[in-house]
Design a protein around this ligand. Sequence first.
Ligand code: G4P
Length: 529
Amino acid sequence: MDLNNEIKRRRTFAIISHPDAGKTTLTEKLLLFGNAIQTAGAVKSNKIRKTSQSDFMEIEKQRGISVSTSVMAFEYDGIQVNILDTPGHKDFAEDTYRTLSAVDSVILVVDTAKGVEEQTRKLMQVCRMRHTPVMIFVNKMDREGIPQLEILEELEEELKIEVCPYTWPVGSGRLFQGVYNLYDKAVSIHASEDTTRANEGVRFNDINDPGLKKRIREETMDTFREEVEFVQGVFEPFNRGLYLDGYLAPVFFGSALNNNGVLELLETFLQIAPSPGPVEATERTIVPEEEELTGFIFKIHANLDPNHRDRIAFMRICSGKFERNKFYYHTRLKKKLRFSSPTSFMANSKTVVDEAFPGDVVGLYDSGNFKIGDTLTEGEQLQFKGIPSFSPEILREVNNLDNFKTKQLDKGVRQLTDEGVAQLFIKQPGNRKIIGTVGELQYEVIRYRLEHEYGAKCNFSPLSYNRAYWITTGNKKQLEELLLHKSNNIAYDKEDTPVYFAESDWALKTVKEMYPELEFHSTSNFKSD
Ligand code: G4P
């Protein structure tokens, strides 16, 4: 098959939601309907369950599981589906944002009883920024929830995107029976109690089919008909162009747990979701059909086996064909690398691949060459952009608790921060290491991993600053003055860019007034913009 066909038959996406809306359950059911797994219950939840307090074993389990479930690929009707997993816990939201840079579309899951929640809003903000096409799955229709018209209104208002129903529920709550596809006009009624298997339900191609009457109570059917008539009058029909441009989200109703509405979602997704498209690099736009390979690293994961310090770097292929054992150019290190066992991920197993195409994600074994955002090409000097780096909200100093293990601690801190778990800043005098994160849980993870993977013991002490700002300027003199007079608040990131630590918004404002020619950036992203 030629490159063009390989591109056209790929769908790379992520399922995102506020924790507990049903992302894991829906992922599993898509795998089930895609024949990638035979029974539900095989894929374990990639999340730290409902704890804000850490449970170390749980963190370890989570890390292990998320390596194998980072990408779940399967083929359905000749289409290669790549689902990129995202962690559920909010302290790992950064991981999710980065994953969003590697997908072509998303499915957003909302709990019918809860409506739009905090994480949903934040994730949608990232999608809007990137113009990512979004489909919405309103889940748990088997429970009493917000009336459908109200939820549509809420989605539109809170997520700031136009919506249009694509399917409509037949009944809801206790009376939820199935879904009606407003476009192919077929009703699918949930039929089997065994929800661990891919049961398709019973399909009626006409809303007036007498068979439907036998299965559904008259009142339910009457209300359903009225609702359908109403929504068809009120909502503009689905427009694929608007969806692909990220302005319109088709909405599907269902119950992932009961396999209800899932097949309609999957089949429509395969029809309308985009295949890999152009990707922006600092130098130019790259289109997937280009013959030469390009790709970027959006996630790095330490290997599970503590005896091997290897890591897996996840690369999204943006153009060309990736081949095993071929030399590729690492544009930051300006060196050639080749990979003897690149890995692809099918459902929950890993296999070595000989080739991969745009939209695919390959796992590259790495002994320390990669950082998040690194680009591989066949020789061209390129840097993909738009891989978000975050603005730390908590800053803490690392205290070494075992002087014999200083080297191990140094190495561990550098490698873990390369993975994107947190950011490292060095403060003088004394090369003090300051770690910035967006969540408390990251410190627990780092401390645990430093001890178990690097044999180094440390703890963290709080600092009075709560924000880091990267400084740029054309005025060298002002910068030097700041570095001299405010040295207490200055640190350097790994690339030696100066960073200003602020105690408060007010403190930042004062400094800005004193040094008007300096620019303060709340993320290090400005470097690649
Ligand atoms: P998440 O990944 O978005 O965090 O959510 P997850 O799929 O783990 O689902 C959260 C809870 O909601 C789970 O229950 C799950 O069984 C339930 N759930 C998912 N889809 C539906 C649905 O369509 N209807 C109903 N009624 N419930 C649904 P749990 O008790 O927290 O976990 P578990 O013990 O069942 O795994």
